[in-house]
Design a protein around this ligand. Structure first.
Ligand code: GDP
Ligand code: MG
Length: 685
């Protein structure tokens, strides 16, 4: 390791990474603020409302009043070092930080106490189970919890979790406020004291019976993983406190149970208790290293590329295995790259470090080849590929155009940077429509991206719905001669061909057959005729690319001096344009197969939304994995996908999501077709 263990990181215990996850608005940024303040990392507690929190410092997050990207923070508590990674809760930003979540030691799922909003936590609870990341639930805003709702909250949550939930605390109420809690493991009651540790009080008499019952339930949950405890419970013995605490810590770290604790980020309830839980129950980074395939040596798990800060491009990642120092050689896809400066990140502030200790979250300069999700090893590290992250589907697309054409070059550089730092964003130039298409998770996501283009890169764009990839084909056969003849001064032009056009089956594309005999058209000009035919197919009589047709070249004539490739190409194009117009052209529209996953009870509404968009429902079934969820499958015109995401989410508290895949081209007739053709004709050629 040599001089890697330099400076501030020398000798301290490995850093543990806690990911703050959960639905938008449950108080993750506020809780991070409370943790920083309670641990002494900050001297005053900022607030999201006042725009003074350490997290959410980016202009986008401040403007929205909610996180749009991960927030990185760190603090010390009783000699232990912790790094916090807050993941944005909004669906549109959920991709940012999924890689960070993967290599975290413990995830804290921050939720709202209202049972009717429990369902919002389901996607993240499912994902944690898939990733195998140990986690606990923090029920925030507890001061506003309605009386008697904590048990219904647990019954709502339990079906969403593979592991049993272990309720660790029950609330103590005074009037309509929650003012403290009974700790079921310690059998002690506490009253919240803002800014300080809670004060120990007597267990209120009216809670005694409930306390007994809930404690028994907690112990039984733990006993499922501890035979000695099970024995003790069966013998009616009182298990000693140390056993219970040790079981809780081991079962949480081992991802066997999910403890549930209560608190309030704003009024500082239960925050010290939470710090203690993190201290005792967050597993050591060796488990994450193992899960991430780090078998030996030092490695950096890259979880984000950030281009937006004052430092320029930074590679954000977690050190697993041994320490990493500035200037270390890191292997990036087989190439060795020297790491630049290392920084610790506290919100928008960065502090330079000589080295990063095992477990640390660091920002690294340089390492140009690094990409989100990569595991970079120091020379000699033994690494297995980390598990793949599945990102949310991109359900929204817009076409964008620069307000000032001079910005076009800047636009592609900016989009390249934005896509590098956001795995959920994709852009491409559509060949057929010449549009710049941006695809992202939902409208909100794309709106933030468009804002960033303007603010960060100075590129103002307009956006509109992307064009639908209509096609056209023909119903009838046609036989046509195309002749191009021009006599102008010396050298003229002469090309002449006769073609027969007929429809093909759907999906067969294009076929060209040459049946010229006796040299009616010299060999060397035949490819030019075919090229002319293909030219005409780029934009058929209805205005769209032509598919599923066959052309046979049957006859023609040539001129010894005036014929040329160009002349035959023009002749081929003229013949094909005429033939298509005579062959009863009709419009084809792309149909996608849509699979909607939606919470139980909302599937029939989702079905109506699809029907109203000319969808054909194929079926409704229970979700294959998620209890209480349903799946609707339908065929839908691609032109009706724009805006579907927003509509589905509005009927499902934001939870429904869908995937869409091209299925087939279908004939489009009647009024719809007329409108499409008219709109196309009105566009400039
Ligand atoms: N009453 C109450 N409000 C809270 C608490 N924690 C956060 N909030 C408020 O909830 C809103 C969302 O908080 P924020 O931390 O941005 O949530 P995030 O989206 O999960 O990061 C803000 O208006 C906070 O002031 C709490 O413990 N009690
Ligand atoms: Mg937040």
């Amino acid at each position: 390791m040599g001089n890697n263990q330099a400076g501030a990181t020398a000798g301290r215990a490995a850093t543990r990474v806690v990911a703050l996850v959960g639905p938008a608005g449950t108080g993750k940024t506020s809780l991070a603020e409370a943790l920083l303040f309670s641990s002494g990392a900050t001297s005053r507690q900022g607030s999201v409302e006042a725009g003074s929190s350490v997290g959410d410092a980016s202009p986008e997050a401040r403007a929205r009043g909610g996180s749009t990207e991960i927030n990185l923070m760190h603090f010390d508590y009783m000699g232990d070092h912790f790094a916090l990674v807050e993941l944005p809760g909004g669906t549109g930003f959920a991709a940012d930080g999924l890689a960070a979540l993967q290599s975290a030691d413990l995830a804290l799922v921050v939720i709202d106490p209202a049972p009717e909003r429990a369902m919002l936590a389901e996607p993240v609870l499912r994902r944690l189970d898939d990733l195998g990341v140990p986690h606990a639930i923090f029920v925030n805003k507890i001061e506003h919890a309605r009386a008697g709702t904590i048990h219904s909250l647990i019954s709502e949550l339990q079906p969403m979790s593979r592991e049993p939930l272990a309720l660790r605390q029950i609330p103590i109420r005074e009037g309509d406020q929650v003012t403290g809690y009974v700790d079921l493991a310690l059998e002690r009651a506490y009253r919240y004291r803002p800014g300080k540790e809670s004060e120990r009080v007597e267990i209120p008499g009216e809670l005694a019976a409930l306390e007994k019952e809930d404690r028994t339930h907690l112990l039984e949950t733990l006993a499922d993983f501890d035979d000695a405890l099970m024995e003790a419970l069966l013998m009616d013995e009182v298990p000693d406190r140390a056993t219970v605490m040790a079981d809780l810590a081991a079962d949480t770290a081992g991802n066997k149970v999910v403890p549930v604790i209560l608190g309030s980020a704003l009024s500082d309830g239960g925050v010290h208790r939470l710090l203690k839980l993190l201290r005792h129950e967050a597993p050591s980074p060796s488990a994450a290293a193992e899960r991430m395939g780090v078998r030996g040596g030092g490695a950096l798990h890259v979880f984000k590329i950030a281009n937006g800060g004052a430092m320029g491009r930074l590679v954000l990642g977690r050190v697993l295995g041994e320490a990493i120092a500035e200037g270390d050689e890191l292997v990036v896809e087989g190439n060795s790259e020297r790491s630049g400066s290392l920084f610790f990140v506290q919100g928008e502030k960065t502090a330079k470090q000589a080295a990063a200790a095992p477990g640390d979250v660091v920002a690294v300069a340089k390492v140009e080849g690094a990409r989100t999700g990569m595991m970079l090893g120091r020379k000699g590290a033994a690494l297995a590929a980390p598990p793949e992250v599945t990102y949310p589907a991109r359900n929204a697309a817009i076409a964008i155009t620069t307000r000032d054409r001079k910005d076009d070059v800047k636009l592609s550089t900016a989009l390249h940077r934005l896509c590098e730092e956001d795995p959920a964003l994709e852009w491409h130039q559509d060949d057929a429509s010449h549009e710049t298409i941006l695809r992202g998770i939902n409208d909100e996501h794309l709106a933030v991206v468009v804002g960033r283009l303007q603010r960060r890169y100075g590129v103002a764009v307009d956006s509109h719905a992307p064009r639908t990839a209509y096609r056209e084909s023909i119903r009838k056969n046609a036989s046509v001669r195309g002749r191009h003849k021009k006599q102008s001064g010396g050298h003229g032009q002469y090309g002449d061909c006769v073609i027969e056009l007929r429809p093909l089956e759907r999906g067969e594309g294009f076929a060209f057959e040459d049946k010229i005999t006796g040299g009616a058209i010299p060999r060397q000009y035949i490819p030019a005729v075919e090229a002319g035919i293909r030219d005409a197919m780029e934009r058929g009589p209805l205005g769209f690319p032509v598919v599923d047709v066959a052309v046979t070249l049957v006859d023609g004539s040539f001129h010894a001096v005036d014929s040329s490739e160009l002349a035959f190409r023009i002749a081929g194009r003229m013949a094909m344009a005429d033939a298509l117009a005579q062959a009863a052209p009709y419009l084809l529209e792309p149909i996608v197969r849509v699979t909607v996953d939606t919470p139980g009870g909302t599937a029939s509404k989702a079905g109506s939304v699809l029907s109203a968009r000319r969808g054909q429902i194929l079926g409704l079934s229970p979700h294959p994995e998620w209890e209480r969820w349903e799946r609707v499958e339908a065929l839908l015109p691609e032109s009706a996908v724009h805006g579907l995401d927003a509509e589905l989410r509005s009927l499902s508290q934001g939870l429904a999501s869908f995937t869409a895949e091209f299925d087939h081209l279908a004939e489009l007739g009647g009024k719809h077709a007329e409108e499409v053709v008219k709109a196309r004709a009105a566009e400039a050629h």
